[in-house]
Design a protein around this ligand. Structure first.
Ligand SMILES: [Zn+2]
Length: 87
């Protein structure tokens, strides 16, 4: 398992999937439901990321999402924003 893409891992089954994440600010570890996460898919790896708010310290955390993470999140029903680079 590489950790280069972040610390997210999925637990639970498809009916009640939880995503384990850790906060880089306060180092708390917690399980987040799909509703607590957001995914943004951009045109490149750099603009594809997931984000959540740490339930412990309130920090807004944003991490790059690789293909596997995108798959896990979309499967679990995380709301997904598709970014269009119209620049
Ligand atoms: Zn925190």
């Amino acid at each position: 398992m590489t950790s280069a893409e972040g610390i997210l891992e999925a637990t639970g089954d498809t009916n009640g999937r939880l995503y384990r994440a850790a906060c880089p600010a306060c180092r708390a570890r917690f399980d987040l439901s799909a509703a607590a996460l957001r995914l943004a898919i951009g045109g490149s790896r750099k603009t594809t990321f997931y984000s959540f708010t740490c339930p412990e310290c309130g920090e807004s955390v944003r991490k790059p999402a690789g293909e596997r993470i995108v798959e896990l999140l979309t499967e679990g029903g995380v709301s997904t924003l598709r970014l269009h680079s119209a620049l």
